[in-house]
Design a protein around this ligand. Structure first.
Ligand code: ADP
Length: 509
């Protein structure tokens, strides 16, 4: 019994005090044994050798860490020996039987090894002395049992005290705290276990007296075997419990995966629904300008318009505007499809931002006074993809014009900011409610997606702007308030990194 054999030594340990206590027990015990055993030479029968070997063998069988005192077999054998033989002989059996050759491998010091033997020998010596003072090996059961129990309690107390005092001195703790640690929260159970072992010892002694050595062998053999079986089944049960836990953990993970899969399916369903809606919206968006174009063409063919040059010019201008709208729509669709299939190669070249702005505004075919441009002439020349940047500008300006039909002019401004340029598109139109802002860059998202909405569009422009800017190494922010207008601010590197982050496939939010 050691209150903490597995503990790592520390500098605080009181080695000297501990060694003195060990010496104080070992020396007298060895001296008493050496002095007394020769006087009992007549008691040294071959059975003694059997008990020494039995205790040694039982002690050598490995016991798992959880195998507590209740499963000790050597202690009851020693108690039986203490009942059968004079105390010095029984103590000698305890001393020699507890010899453990494994201690030689573990480098246990001679003193510690002698201490381990001596404390057990001491408790058997005193316990045996008490028994022999109060009873005989052949005393009737009624007399034998209480005396055995008393002797066991004393043996238990001595053994426990030896270990507790030595550990307390060694670690500079109080004896009480060590006792509490040794007995855990079940001191009564601990004592009862000892008493149980004492009765077991009495049974062994009685078997020996009545039937002889063979009965002890027959009694102990199956017990040792049964104990080993128990250890094995417990180990198996522990392994099964461990595997059960692993299985339960895996089941939990599978459940999580299943939940994620359900979530993914819901997302895909939503995406599918949005795509269906998108096809309907796009068809409508494409049909409207085509129908208008056909209508204007038919009208122009009427003979009464043949000579009305002003009317013809106005109709042709309207046709051009509808055509431009159609082209922008188709270009957006093509870009979206390239982004989805990740086929959007960068074609980097020199771009004068001012020129690009002029070109885009012209392509919008909108009255000049609708857009106020304030782009400094000394902006650095950009190294970027002209085509993609023009799509960004066209979409932002198109939205600004579209969502501020009657408002003051929209504004487009720009400035240099280190190795970036910052440009913004500002309008004084309908604005966007704050709760909608996080979603307007989602693909197919429209603040008003009802079939009766006022403004045309497919919910594609801003998501493209965001993806294209990610492709060009830039970013976009929006500030808006309903009724006051919106401001979209873009930050773009002057030199587009050639390894720009690839745009991701859009997913519904
Ligand atoms: P759409 O083709 O519907 O304009 P976008 O992706 O370009 O699609 O824009 C998404 C939504 O964001 C629009 O439906 C609109 O409600 C809102 N939005 C975008 N730009 C503006 C703006 N300048 N002013 C007000 N609302 C805007």
């Amino acid at each position: 019994m050691d209150a903490g054999a597995s503990r790592e030594p520390t500098e605080r340990d009181n080695w000297l005090g501990s060694a003195l206590i060990q010496v104080a027990v070992v020396v007298p015990v060895v001296a008493v044994l050496a002095y007394s055993i020769p006087g009992h030479r007549s008691d040294l029968t071959p059975s003694i050798a059997f008990f020494v070997v039995a205790v040694a063998v039982i002690d050598l069988i490995p016991v798992p860490g959880w195998g507590g005192l209740q499963l000790s077999l050597s202690f009851p054998v020693l108690l039986g020996v203490a009942i059968l033989y004079p105390p010095p002989i029984a103590a000698g059996v305890a001393f020699m039987g507890s010899f453990d050759p494994r201690e030689l491998h573990r480098g246990v010091s001679l003193l510690k090894a002698a201490w381990n033997r001596s404390q057990m020998a001491l408790s058997i010596l005193v316990g045996g002395a008490i028994y022999h003072r109060l009873a005989e090996p052949d005393s009737p059961w009624t007399h034998m049992l209480p005396v055995t129990l008393l002797a066991t309690v004393v043996a238990y107390a001595i053994n426990t005290l030896c270990v507790a005092v030595q550990t307390a001195v060694h670690r500079r703790l109080s004896v009480w705290s060590v006792l509490v640690k040794m007995h855990g929260r079940a001191p009564v159970e601990f004592l009862l276990s000892y008493l149980g072992l004492g009765m077991f010892g009495a049974v062994i002694a009685r078997f020996y007296r009545v039937e002889g050595l063979w009965s002890v062998v027959v009694f102990l053999g199956p017990l040792v075997f049964a104990r080993q079986m128990y250890f094995r089944s417990r180990a198996l049960a522990d392994r099964l419990a461990e595997q059960n836990e692993i299985l339960a953990e895996q089941a939990r993970r599978l459940e999580q995966l299943l939940e994620m899969e359900h979530h993914r399916i819901d997302e895909l369903r939503e995406l599918n629904r949005m795509k269906g809606e998108f096809v309907a919206v796009v068809s409508h968006e494409l049909r409207t300008p085509v129908t208008a174009l056909i209508g204007y063409a038919k009208t122009l063919q009427q003979p009464e318009f043949a000579d009305d040059a002003a009317m013809r010019r106005e109709f042709l201008e309207r046709m051009e505007r509808q055509g431009d709208r159609l082209v922008r729509m188709i270009e957006n669709l093509l870009t979206a499809s390239r982004i989805e299939s990740r086929q959007l190669p960068l074609s980097i070249g020199r771009v004068l931002f001012e020129d690009l702005v002029r070109e885009v505004i012209e392509s919008l075919a909108t009255p000049e006074e609708r857009i106020q441009v304030s782009v400094p002439t000394d902006l650095p020349v950009l190294q970027t993809d002209r085509q993609l940047l023009s799509r960004v500008l066209a979409n932002l300006l198109d939205n600004a014009l579209k969502y501020s039909p009657d408002g003051p002019p929209c504004e487009l401004g720009a400035k240099a900011a280190g190795d970036h340029i910052v440009f913004w598109v500002l309008d004084h139109g309908i604005g966007i409610p704050p709760e909608e802002l996080p979603r307007i860059f989602d693909r197919f998202y429209q603040v008003d997606s009802s079939s009766t909405r006022t403004f045309h569009g497919a919910g594609l422009g801003l998501s493209l702007v965001k993806d294209l800017l990610a492709h060009l190494g830039g970013s976009i922010e929006v500030e808006s308030s309903p009724g006051s207008g919106s401001r979209f601010t873009v930050t773009l590197p002057i030199r587009t990194p050639t390894e720009a982050p690839r745009t991701k496939l859009p997913t519904p939010s």
